[in-house]
Design a protein around this ligand. Sequence first.
Ligand SMILES: [Zn+2]
Length: 247
Amino acid sequence: MRQWLKRLFDICFPRYCVVCGSRLRYAETCTCVRCLLNLPLTRFKGRRSNVVERILWDERIATQRANAFLKFDRLSPYCQIFYHFKYWSHPQVAVYYGRLMALDVRDEGFFEGIDLIVPVPLSRRRLGRRGYNQSERIAQGIRQVTGLPVQEGVVVRCVDNRTQTRLTAEERRQNVADIFRLARPEAVCGKHVLLVDDVITTGSTLRACAHALLEAGDVRLSVMGLAVSSYHMRWVFPEPCEAAQGQ
Ligand SMILES: [Zn+2]
């Protein structure tokens, strides 16, 4: 009976794929099977010294484990996943992809020894405008798979940093310096913390947040981003055609 009602609900209120916009079938959630099969995966799973680890090494931040699930490319239809939860008020998309990301690495022991999840915080002003923190929703998706607690308010974001896209590396560092403050060191001191971000673009925000967390002392750090900018992917792993041209 309940199944029948759900099917009827699906007919009256159709749902659409967040990537291609096609109508979802009864058993599909957020994304159609065809788009799921073609997700732009980073394939960092099980790879040490991957791009995310290297981004943190830039400022001598050591991580226990680091991963990003998807490649982020502004020209790809898959970037609409991020628009849905960042600009179009669909936080359930962030939770869904948080679950997918966690399921992808759960069996290889990625979460072993981790005590808690800390999402990269938003400023109070941006949180008020959006109504939720998208990194916190991704963290809730991870929690649903792993059972790890999500701890907010450990680090707070004091100010909004201006957009990073046109800045040099040094300007980016200055732009995010001191935007985070460690508010509750006792919550992370002596713990293994998983820091979660939505999209790692320049990496400056993630590094600044990691620095603030590490101020607590005796913190082991792992990092997860739902996506990493394809700019970084080209930098470390050149596309086959680019590599061929360079030979
Ligand atoms: Zn689709």
